[in-house]
Design a protein around this ligand. Structure first.
Ligand SMILES: Cc1ncc(COP(=O)(O)O)c(C=O)c1O
Length: 359
């Protein structure tokens, strides 16, 4: 078939968008490139999903009930303050659509989650990327100073993907206090459950005090249902209404809603927290081994991943690991992120790290 010449006029901002580099599959090895859970869904979650298959001829609950009420109870807010969509990325897309017009600015740290520049840019917004500190954490003073009349939102990723750094409670509160009340502060807590107890903070306490703060959560990481695509925002009423106004109707499908609800079951939640503890223990094992091997590393990551700031040797390391059956995520000439995955994958990573030091 000959393809007809396409003359459709696309928005100019599309040509400037970075391409999202999804983690590559690893047919003969381990995929540790997408910060996924190495565990399959808990039995009760599986059962809940299967139980909803027969209802797939119907649209999902438009009000996302009973999931929304269960989440509201858990977070001590009203159900209408919970906004659910196809992953927290989709909710963040709705935040941008609700707030950002052509030329408006969104401030966030860089390097951070790769979806941010795409979401901001595809709505015609301008990304204001504030470089990380020397310790690879958020430079909150510089981020607050980067806010202008055009700023509509600031995004804080805690822990930061890919560097794994975290922000302290006082630091975050001080930052939020500096942001004008008409600018939204989005706190992306995708990796919350992997933070060690002593580094945990209570972002919800800050949310309760500041009407411009909203929190993003996902079921894609410790809950292990990334394939179902479901995440949510905890937002103040006006923000929640705005997000609903711009969101795609019926975005969270019925199997995802059922699976997410099952994750909130007391027993399932306890099982998921055991898994999170296992990932934290594996992360500690990896760090201890790398330090013993002589690696000079940045502060320990608090996510389900480890970050190696390898600079110019980033791509070389990723290729070296891939040849040895480990598919990692390489970021230009900044560094490599390796997900804490199956125990054997983590052991393989330790061996590759050892071998790398000898080449
Ligand atoms: C910081 C951050 N936020 C959100 C997400 C994605 O969440 P979801 O799968 O709910 O869209 C990721 C996934 O990698 C992430 O790293």
């Amino acid at each position: 078939m000959t393809t007809p010449e396409e003359q459709v006029r696309f928005r100019p901002c599309l040509s400037k968008l970075p391409v999202y580099a999804a983690g590559k599959p690893a047919p003969d090895g381990y995929k540790v490139s997408s910060n996924e859970s190495p565990f399959t869904p808990p039995a009760k979650v599986r059962e809940a999903i299967i139980a909803h298959i027969d209802g797939l001829n119907r649209y999902p609950s438009p009000a996302v009930e009973p999931l929304r009420s269960a989440l509201a109870e858990r977070h001590g807010v009203e159900p209408h303050q919970i906004v659910v969509s196809t992953g927290s990325v989709a909710v963040l897309g709705d935040v941008v659509r609700a707030l950002v017009d052509e030329g408006d600015e969104v401030v966030y740290a860089w390097r951070s989650f790769e979806a941010y520049p795409i979401l901001v840019g595809c709505h015609g917004g301008e990304s204001v990327q504030v470089p990380l500190t020397a310790e690879l954490g958020h430079d909150l003073d510089a981020m607050a100073a980067a806010v202008t009349d055009r700023t509509r939102a600031v995004i804080v990723c805690n822990p930061n993907n890919p560097t794994g750094t975290v922000i302290g409670q006082a630091e975050l509160e001080e930052f939020v206090a500096k942001i004008p009340a008409h600018v939204a502060v989005v706190i992306d807590e995708a990796y919350l459950e992997f933070i060690d107890a002593e580094a945990q903070i209570d972002a919800e306490a800050i949310f309760r005090r500041y009407a411009n703060v909203l929190i993003l959560r996902t079921f894609s990481k410790v809950h292990g249902i990334a394939g179902l695509r479901i995440g949510y925002a905890i937002a103040h009423p006006k923000m929640a209404a705005a997000l609903r106004a711009v969101s795609v109707p019926f975005s969270a499908n019925s199997l995802a809603q059922a699976g997410a609800l099952a994750c909130l079951d007391k027993e399932v939640h306890a099982e998921l927290m055991v898994r999170a503890a296992h990932i934290r223990a594996e992360r500690a094992r990896v760090y201890a081994a790398l330090e013993e091997q002589g690696w000079q590393l940045p502060p320990r990551s608090q996510g389900n991943f480890v970050y190696l700031p390898l600079g110019e040797r980033t791509q070389e390391f990723a290729a070296f690991a891939a040849e040895r059956g480990l598919i990692t995520r390489a970021y230009a000439s900044d560094g490599v992120r390796i997900t804490i995955g199956e125990d054997e994958a983590n052991s393989r990573f330790i061996e590759i790290a050892r071998e790398w030091l000898t080449v």
